[in-house]
Design a protein around this ligand. Structure first.
Ligand SMILES: NC(=O)c1ccc[n+]([C@@H]2O[C@H](COP(=O)([O-])OP(=O)(O)OC[C@H]3O[C@@H](n4cnc5c(N)ncnc54)[C@H](O)[C@@H]3O)[C@@H](O)[C@H]2O)c1
Length: 463
């Protein structure tokens, strides 16, 4: 849909006000929280997207302290994914997995069928590639379901604006929404956040977020096999290779470290500029045809001039760095020691982060060591006790900020957050109407290669 300048301007105003509006939303007169009668306090769960993380999230759901929780429906676009996920979960949680064949759904509409098995107040899990988040979330809001959705949740501005609107509706309906940015539920990072707010390192001046390792996931794939039936389904299977499906390796891999640095700063950056490139294109199965760069370095700037440098690399044989830290006016802090949010978080005198100058180290409470489990305990606690809990707006903004860095590197121009949010390029238009026969959002050329970013040449969009 083409939007007029007036609409874009109004949107900017709307986006400026989003935080205030969300904060001001009142719960009066809204959907009555579900009453958990003693004889039937079971929370039913439907899993939509039965891959690796979806299966993990369903397992975390069934492990919460405030059960009982039951998995009652599963949906995916691939039958083999439903089956392997079901077998795995049934083996682990025999009494909590109640998903007979007639509640196992396959296809692009399977999300509706799975959610139709739930009652208002139950929980839907979304763990497909991000292109379908707004489609699935819209239906969950309509049906009055609580939601846990995996990160990232958008890769472009139109779907981000759409989801911010849906998020307001979910708040208005008193729905609880968790977004899988599990750093936010790491007790180590929470302790560090409190100390930084108390002034332990003064004002944050610069932060560094690194994720550098060998090629991972489906980010660097070879040409589509000729006998593969559906181009669309093949791209979905290899979603890290396509910006429409995942936001590419930048969004999918780097969002955690970017998001938790912004959290420590207590702000979203106002602009970004970045660089990156494609060095090696030979994969194990032939030349890689994906849309990713294999190195990125993005400089984010906050309103007070502070910087966040986010470096990503998918390359074998190079230094592997996967951590984050912050330098302040009165000291420094390791945010994540290793991985997306690996403890301990520490605070140091000076800027060198030396062990000898460490003056505080996080301590994880027993039973709260795992942020993936914490995020589920926190969500279900909010549902059971009707506490305010809606991470949607924050999840959208973390996704937009990550896309901002990716777009800055892919175009080679500096971009403001405001302009990023006002952009009109939708990467997978009509994702709500996809069928197996729909054309894929990006098409290969005669050599089987897909359009790639060309910084300095294509500067208003990423490809
Ligand atoms: N929080 C984390 O640390 C973390 C870790 C891994 C993955 N993730 C996120 O989880 C999501 C899934 O990643 P994954 O590694 O599990 O990938 P995956 O490929 O293993 O699983 C995705 C599943 O979704 C299915 N799917 C695709 N389109 C669908 C649709 N329209 N409807 C229903 N199902 C559909 C796929 O067939 C597949 O089974 C991604 O957004 C990823 O970024 C988060």
């Amino acid at each position: 849909m083409t939007e007029t300048t007036h609409q874009v301007t109004s949107r900017r105003e709307f986006l400026k006000n989003t935080g205030r509006i969300a904060a001001a939303t009142t719960l009066a007169g809204l959907v009555v929280p579900r009453v958990y009668a003693a004889e039937d306090s079971t929370l039913q769960v439907a899993l939509i997207g039965c891959g690796g993380r979806g299966t993990g999230a369903a397992a975390d759901a069934m492990s919460v302290k405030q059960g009982p929780v039951k998995l009652v429906a599963m949906a995916d676009v691939f039958e083999d994914r439903v089956r392997s996920s079901y077998d795995h979960l049934k083996g682990q949680f025999a009494n909590q997995v109640d998903v007979p064949q007639d509640r196992q759904f396959v296809g692009f509409d399977s999300y509706k069928q799975a959610m139709d098995c739930l009652n208002p107040g139950d929980i839907a899990i979304f763990a497909s590639p991000l292109a379908f988040r707004w489609v699935h979330f819209g239906y969950a809001v309509e049906k009055g379901l609580h939601v846990f959705m995996e990160k990232p949740i958008t890769s472009d501005a139109p779907t981000s604006r759409r989801m911010l609107e849906q998020g307001k509706q979910s708040v208005a309906k008193n729905l609880k929404v968790g977004v899988g940015l599990m750093s936010r539920h790491s007790r180590a990072l929470q302790q560090l956040y409190d100390r930084i707010r108390d002034g332990a390192i003064g004002d944050i001046v610069t932060m560094f977020a690194y994720r550098m390792h060998a090629p991972a996931g489906s980010a660097f794939v070879a040409k589509r096999p000729r006998d593969d039936a559906s181009e669309l389904l093949w791209q979905i299977r290899n979603f890290h290779s396509f910006l429409w499906a995942s936001g590419g390796c930048f969004s999918d891999f780097y969002i955690h470290v970017i998001d938790h640095c912004c959290w420590m700063k207590d702000a979203w950056p106002v602009k970004a500029q970045g660089l990156g490139g494609r060095h090696y294109r030979e994969g194990n199965d032939g030349p890689c045809i994906d849309q990713n760069f294999d190195v990125y370095s993005v400089e984010y700037t906050f309103a007070d001039g502070a910087k966040l440098i986010a470096d990503g690399r998918c390359m074998t044989g190079c230094e592997q760095i996967y951590k984050s830290y912050a330098l302040g006016s009165k000291g420094s802090a390791v945010i994540s020691t290793s991985g997306d949010c690996g403890p301990p978080s520490t605070i140091h005198d000076g800027l060198g982060l030396e062990k000898s100058k460490m003056k505080w180290e996080s301590k994880l409470p027993q039973g709260e060591e795992n942020p993936y489990v914490n995020e589920w305990n926190d969500l279900v606690d909010a549902i059971r006790n009707d506490k305010p809990y809606n991470e949607l707006e924050r999840g959208v903004m973390a996704s937009v900020v990550t896309s901002l860095g990716r777009k800055a590197a892919h175009t080679g121009v500096e971009i403001t957050l405001e302009d990023m949010l006002a952009d009109d390029f939708e990467y997978a238009p009509g994702a709500d109407k996809f069928t197996v026969d729909s054309p894929a959002p990006v098409q290969a050329d005669a050599d089987g290669k897909y359009p790639i970013p060309q910084p300095g040449i294509i500067t208003d969009r990423e490809y």
